[in-house]
Design a protein around this ligand. Structure first.
Ligand code: GAL
Length: 426
């Protein structure tokens, strides 16, 4: 067995031998005091602006930012690189790790506890409980949350809609009506990037829009085999596959931000993507409500699929390095940073009680829906963005969804069998 896992979707956590060796490698940590190496995958226009805000915040505290950016939307490439760095005993100070993966990393004993910082700054009071729980391992904080992204969004170019005489859809049936009109007008109705995490991002929106919040929970969070193989799932798969003819021929392999650029330029009418897409519109100087519109993905207005970005802190040796790391955690939770970062990133602050007056209507809607959906039981973890299930099961489901999207031969029934067995992946 190789000590360094390479395939992008193979979970590190399936390589116990490598992990067993970790303790003896020892983590070397930072080269000098005050330097914080931060792994992330924020390399698109909007993402890079947001990452720059993080860098500036840390530098303002007198520390040195060492950028460890690994390009690739959704972070699969970044996770592969992180695993090899950790296995070779050279962990960064902080890494963008999210959702149940935080627990997987913590179980390996490589993450540092940041309870003292969290207690001193009252994180338990400043964070929604659902978020605080994700940041803790056995009751101890091991990560700091950055923001809340809503994933179930539809981004649309209103000028293109107007030209085609179409209306921004609120249901899947309306979507297909609009898509036909847009196609006739000579525009690509749906901008898509054929990478597996983008296929899954679209799929989970269809699961939610067609099946509703309870079905989403059963199928994509509890991985209930009866839900994964059900009449509702069949309807979901058929609806999902109906979208493909409305995408363009060059979709395969396209990066998500290039798909967003198609909507910005009016080459395509819509994109289904989390609100990091808004960061691209904003970075391109576009104004929400005028140059682009945001709407909940069809049929999902009352629900909210969340994606919380967070940084896990790795165990470091030098005291100065640990101090810099804690300063980073403090900076991330500060009201100023929470605001500046999300204004660039397209997200909303994760810290409770912050004013939203500098934010646009998309963010205000997101903020209101986050609260309302938490009350009504339709605040749901995004499967495609590492929030819902352990990474191995997510990878297996992601593979099936992309196979189904790309194959001309796989029936919805075949796909359901494969989904049910992928759901059993440990
Ligand atoms: C998500 C991540 C976002 C955004 C997106 C595209 O998984 O949480 O912050 O960067 O990928 O890269």
């Amino acid at each position: 067995m190789s000590p360094i896992p390479t395939p992008a979707r193979r979970p590190l956590f399936a390589v116990p031998v490598a992990w067993a060796c970790l303790a003896s490698f020892g983590l070397t940590g930072l080269a000098h005091a005050g330097e914080v190496e931060v792994l992330h995958w924020w390399t698109s226009g909007g993402e890079a602006k947001a990452a720059q805000a993080l860098k500036a915040t840390l530098q303002a505290k007198g520390h040195v930012w060492k950028d460890f950016a690994v390009a690739g939307g959704g972070g699969d490439a970044a996770m592969t690189v992180l695993k090899s760095r950790v296995v070779s005993g050279n962990a960064p100070a902080a890494a963008q790790i999210k959702g149940p993966s935080l627990q997987e990393w913590a179980r390996e004993g490589v993450l540092a506890q940041i309870d003292d910082t969290a207690k001193a700054e009252k994180w338990d009071e400043l964070l929604p409980k659902v978020v605080a729980d994700i940041m803790k391992y056995k009751g101890h904080y091991i990560a700091v949350p950055v923001n809340v992204h809503r994933v179930n969004w539809l981004w649309a170019n209103p000028a293109v809609f107007q030209k085609a005489g179409a209306k921004v859809p609120t249901t899947w049936e309306e979507f297909f009506t609009a898509a036909d009109l847009l196609k006739k007008a000579g525009v690509t109705p749906l901008a898509h990037g054929g990478q597996n995490w983008q296929d899954l991002t679209t799929f989970e929106a269809v699961v939610l829009g067609v099946g509703g919040a309870d079905f989403y929970k059963k199928a994509l969070v509890q991985l209930d085999p009866a839900a994964l193989k059900s009449a509702t799932m069949e309807k979901v798969l058929i609806t999902y596959k109906r979208l493909k003819p409305y995408t363009d021929r060059n979709a395969a392999g396209r990066d998500w931000n290039l798909a967003t650029a198609m909507v910005i330029k009016g080459e395509a009418a819509m994109q289904i993507m989390g609100d990091w897409a808004k960061g691209e519109f904003i970075a391109a100087g576009k104004v929400p409500g005028r140059d682009f519109v945001c709407a909940p993905a069809p049929g999902t207005a009352k629900a909210f699929t969340f994606n919380v970005d967070s940084f896990a802190m790795f165990k470091l040796k030098s005291e100065a390095a640990v101090k810099a790391q804690k300063d980073l955690a403090t900076a991330i939770m500060s009201p100023e940073f929470q605001e500046t970062f999300s204004l660039n990133k397209g997200s909303i602050p994760v810290r409770l009680g912050l004013k939203m007056d500098k934010f646009d209507d998309c963010a205000k809607l997101s903020s209101a829906d986050f609260v309302a959906s938490a009350k009504s039981g339709s605040l749901l973890p995004s499967l495609a963005h590492g929030m819902a299930v352990p990474s191995a099961a997510e990878g297996a489901l992601k593979d099936v969804v992309s196979q189904f999207w790309n194959s001309d031969k796989m029936s919805a029934k075949d796909a359901m069998d494969k989904l049910a067995s992928a759901g059993r992946t440990k």
